[in-house]
Design a protein around this ligand. Structure first.
Ligand SMILES: [Zn+2]
Length: 95
């Protein structure tokens, strides 16, 4: 299985014509609630979705929520997840 096949996720279009974008796919792309995406009909039977406007608040790359984030290696991590990581780090190296 190649990377393209591994990234395939199927969704059924509902009665209102909506689909949901899986959370893990949103996090992987840095997308979140409030972002604006643009749909482009690139070919017959093919639509490309691209984020065109980001919500002003940063999105935690671990939990995917908009919270107070700190930047670690160019990635946003919320205080809650940072504290969790710090606790695990301390726990791991103190034993
Ligand atoms: Zn978080």
């Amino acid at each position: 299985m190649n990377n393209y096949e591994e990234s395939l996720i199927s969704r059924r279009i509902d009665e209102a014509g909506r689909i949901s974008i899986p959370r893990e796919m949103q996090i992987k792309n840095g997308w979140g609630i409030g972002d604006i995406v643009t749909l482009h009909n690139s070919d017959y039977n093919k639509v490309v979705i691209r984020r065109t406007e980001r919500r002003s608040e940063p999105l935690c790359i671990i939990c995917g929520k908009f919270k107070n984030c700190i930047v670690v290696n160019s990635s946003d991590i919320c205080e809650e997840c940072a504290a969790l990581i710090a606790g695990k780090y301390t726990e791991y190296f103190s034993t």
